[in-house]
Design a protein around this ligand. Structure first.
Ligand code: GDP
Ligand code: MN
Length: 380
C-alpha cells in the first residue's frame, strides 16, 4: 500500500526523522489556516500518489494569504497524471542549499536490503541512474546485521554529501532504515533530503510503500487504508477481502489466479472488448467468495456482461460450479454471465451447471470463445 506524502511524513516522524512543520488541508480556507499556523513562507503541495508533482504544478511556494488562496485554489482539483488532487499538505517552506536522495528498498535476487544515496537529489533517481550512475552510492545491507551508524558514516562519505551534512545525514539514514524495517516498508524514500543554508538536514518529501503482508501487526494502518482509494468499487471489494482493481471497460472479469486474470483482460482486449476490472478470486472459489465477487462486479453500472474464467487446479471446477449456483441464489445479477470452466473436474462442473443454463448464464468451451461471447453481449 502506497502512502500519501503527508502520511509518509507522519510515519517518518514516528521514527524521529525531521520534517517541516505542516498539516493537511482539504479546502482553500483550511489551507489558509494551516499557512498562518506554520508561518510564511509556506509550500502548498498536492497530495496524490504519483511522483513528479513539482513539475506538474502541484508544488507551489506562497508568501502570503493571497498566494495561498491562488495556489491552493489552483492545485485542488488539478489532474496530475490521472490523479485528481483532493487534499493538500501545507508546510513551512525551507531554504534549500542542497538536495540529496536517500532510499531503502528490497533487493530480492541478493536477499538483502538495498540503500541508495546520492548527493544529486531533487530529480527522479531513474534520471540520475541513467545520466550519472556514479552519483549514486549503493549499499547492500544484510537484514540480520542491519545498518549501524559507523556504516552509515562511511556511506555518506562515499556518496560525497557536503561535509556539514554528513553526520546529520548518517543519523537520518539509520532512522530511515529503522522506519523501513520496523515499520515494515517495501520502500522508504526521501527525495529531496535537504541541507539548509543554516546547515540543517531534513526530509522535504516522503515516499513510503507499506508491505501488506505485515499488516497483521500494524492495526494503525487502518487509518491509511481508509484513504487508500476513492473508487467505491475498490472500497467494496476491499471490505469483502477481494483482490480487485477497477478499470473503465464494460466486461466484468472473475478469474482464479492473478496470471489467468491478466490473460483474461488481454483476451477480452484482443477480441475488441474492454475489461471493467481485474479480479482474482484465488484458490477459494466457494459460494461466499463467488457471491462477493459477483456482487462487487454487479454494483458497477458500466458492466454489461460478466466473464467468469476458471482453470481448475487445486480449485476443483465442480466446487466452482456449485459456488456459482449458490452465489446466484444469494445475489441477483443484472448482467449476463459467460463461464469458461476448464481443468480439474471440468466435466463434472459443466454437468452441474447444464440444467441451469439460459440466455443470462452461458458456458463456452474455450477462453477465446467465452471472451467473444462476453464482448458481444457487452456491446448488445
Ligand atoms: P515531487 O515533485 O512530487 O517529488 O515533490 P517534492 O516534494 O519532492 O517537491 C518538488 C520540488 O519542490 C523539490 O525538489 C524542491 O525543489 C521544491 N520544494 C519542495 N518543498 C520546498 C521548500 O520548502 N522550499 C523550497 N525552496 N523548495 C521546495
Ligand atoms: Mn520528491
Amino acid at each position: 500500500m502506497d502512502l500519501f506524502e503527508y502520511q509518509g511524513k507522519q510515519y517518518f516522524a514516528r521514527f524521529g526523522i525531521a520534517i517541516s512543520p505542516g498539516d493537511v488541508a482539504d479546502t482553500v480556507d483550511e489551507a489558509l489556516a494551516v499557512a498562518r499556523e506554520v508561518g510564511y513562507p509556506v509550500v502548498v503541495k498536492a497530495q496524490v500518489k504519483v511522483g513528479g508533482r513539482g513539475k506538474a504544478g502541484g508544488v507551489k511556494l506562497a508568501n502570503n494569504d493571497d498566494e495561498v488562496r491562488l495556489h491552493a485554489g489552483n492545485i485542488l482539483g488539478l489532474d496530475i497524471k490521472g490523479h485528481v488532487v483532493k487534499r493538500l499538505w501545507i508546510e513551512h517552506a525551507s531554504d534549500i542549499e542542497k538536495e540529496y536522495y536517500a532510499s531503502f528498498t528490497l533487493d530480492r535476487p541478493n536477499k538483502t536490503h538495498l540503500g541508495m544515496l546520492s548527493a544529486q537529489g531533487g530529480v527522479e533517481i531513474e534520471v540520475v541512474a541513467e545520466e550519472n550512475p556514479d552519483a549514486i552510492a549503493f549499499l547492500s545491507i544484510d537484514p540480520v546485521r542491519g545498518l549501524d551508524l559507523a556504516t552509515a558514516r562511511r556511506w555518506v562519505d562515499e556518496a560525497q554529501l557536503d561535509e556539514v551534512a554528513r553526520e546529520q545525514a548518517a543519523e537520518i539514514l539509520v532512522k530511515l532504515y529503522r522506519c523501513y524495517t520496523e515499520g515494515d516498508c517495501d520502500l522508504a524514500e526521501i527525495n529531496p533530503l535537504i541541507l539548509t543554508p543554516e546547515g540543517k538536514v531534513h526530509a522535504l518529501d516522503a515516499k513510503v510503500t507499506l508491505d501488506e503482508n505485515a499488516s497483521f501487526r500494524h492495526p494503525e494502518w487502518a487509518a491509511y487504508r481508509a484513504t487508500e482509494t476513492d473508487d467505491p468499487r475498490e472500497k467494496m471489494a476491499k471490505e469483502k477481502g477481494l483482490n480487485y482493481i477497477g478499470l473503465d471497460g464494460s466486461v466484468g472479469i472473475i478469474a482464479n489466479g492473478a496470471g489467468l486474470a491478466m490473460s483474461t483482460l488481454d483476451v477480452v482486449n484482443q477480441v475488441g472488448g474492454t475489461a471493467a476490472n481485474f479480479l482474482d478470486i484465488g484458490g477459494g472459489a466457494d459460494a461466499a467468495v463467488m457471491a462477493a465477487a459477483l456482487e462487487v462486479i454487479n454494483a458497477d453500472p458500466k458492466v454489461k456482461s460478466i466473464f467468469v474464467n476458471i482453470f481448475g487446479g487445486i480449485t476443483r471446477v465442480d466446487e466452482v460450479a456449485n459456488g456459482v449456483l449458490e452465489a446466484l441464489k444469494r445475489v441477483s445479477i443484472t448482467s449476463p454471465i459467460v463461464l469458461r470452466l476448464d481443468g480439474t473436474n471440468a466435466v463434472e462442473g459443466r454437468a452441474i451447471l447444464a440444467p441451469h443454463l439460459n440466455e443470462s448464464l452461458i458456458t463456452e468451451a474455450t477462453m477465446l470463445d467465452a471472451a467473444r461471447r462476453a464482448v458481444t453481449l457487452a456491446k448488445a
